[in-house]
Design a protein. Structure first.
Length: 340
């Protein structure tokens, strides 16, 4: 038994910790409570391991291979200690997934329940029956191509010859897809890395079923992220919308932008399209989050020229509005529907 435990401590193990920042504790931090809570929670993880990669607004990856040996605990036991400390110090619960690499840890966290850590001990068994779209990097177009050839599950992709996948989706993408289907993710956990995403969230004071109010929140989020990206000289390649329901469950969907951008109108249009794809109807929604993914420097981004004068006019107005916000505050210029 001791030898088995020692072997478990030696293996690679990543924790994906998703802090639930919708708790009443965030109210004590005033406006922007979630943003104020996140840094000390990252510091809490750093007490267990120095290899922590923050993924704002509420997620972090922690490489705990050394911590397991140092503290003499299993991944689930160490996760329990982290959860108890987050609750005791900040009143924040968290959902934790554990796996031998970041991809598997994130997938485990997506399925874990509050108070229970989901540990992936057998990657092949964990992945085999999942739809192929569950893999990192597989969007709707790639999934549609694979499903057209009967490769609709991760297990079938893993069993397919590498050469076949490369012919279907390209040499590089095929290799990455084949490896991920077999539970291989070579992405390292990089402490103090530049953020690869930026996010913002709006909570409703009650169960919100009005689609208009939900879209109003999305508009506000898109404006906030667009302003922040432009101020930092960045663009994003994709957006992810997360809807939090009255029972505290969440649903997340992401979609790539036609081109990397920080243009608020383009972000808003895509955010609305993703929101519509949920088909919420009368669902009771308590919060909506918008995350800009795949950040890159704006200087290296190409923009497709448009013959539409309205688009050019909107971009000029946006530049003037950014200058006004920088001088007079973030609420100096707002879309008319938000100012009402």
């Amino acid at each position: 038994m001791g030898e088995q435990g020692h072997e478990a401590e030696e293996r690679d193990m990543i924790l994906c910790v998703r802090f639930r920042l919708d708790s009443p504790a965030s109210d004590a931090f005033g406006r922007g409570g979630a943003e104020a809570l996140f840094p000390p929670l990252i510091d809490l993880l750093a007490e267990f391991t120095p290899v922590v990669e923050a993924a704002p607004p509420c997620e972090a990856l922690a490489d705990v291979r050394g911590a397991l040996r140092y503290f003499g605990r299993s991944p689930a036991e160490l996760a329990s200690v982290i959860r108890v400390r987050a609750l005791a110090l900040y009143g924040v619960d968290c959902v934790i997934g554990a796996g031998p690499n970041p991809m598997l840890a994130r997938m485990a966290a997506s399925e874990a329940r509050p108070g229970v850590t989901l540990v992936v001990d057998d990657p092949a068994a964990f992945l085999r029956d999942r739809p192929v779209v569950a893999l990192d990097g597989v969007g709707r177009a790639t999934a549609r191509t694979l499903c057209g050839y009967g490769l609709d599950s991760v297990g079938r992709v893993a069993d397919a010859p590498l050469a076949v996948l490369q012919r279907l989706v390209g040499a590089k993408t095929g290799r990455e897809l084949w490896e991920r289907a077999r539970g291989v993710d070579r992405t390292p956990v990089v402490p103090h890395a530049a953020s690869r995403s930026v996010a913002a969230e709006r909570s409703f004071p009650h169960d919100e079923t009005d689609r208009t109010q939900q879209r109003r929140a999305l508009l506000s989020l898109a404006e906030e992220l667009g302003t922040r990206l432009r101020a930092e000289g960045q663009v994003c390649r994709a957006l992810a919308v997360t809807v939090r329901y009255a029972d505290r469950t969440t649903t997340t969907r992401s979609r790539a932008l036609p081109e990397p951008t920080a243009h608020s109108a383009a972000l808003t249009t895509l955010a609305y399209a993703v929101h519509d794809s949920f088909g919420l109807q009368r669902a009771r929604v308590r919060g909506i989050a918008l995350r800009a993914e795949g950040l890159a420097g704006a200087e290296g981004a190409a923009h497709q020229l448009s013959l539409d004068p309205a688009d050019e006019k909107a971009r000029r107005i946006e530049a003037v509005a950014d200058k006004a916000r920088a001088k007079f505050g973030p609420r100096a210029v707002l879309p008319g529907s938000l100012a009402a």
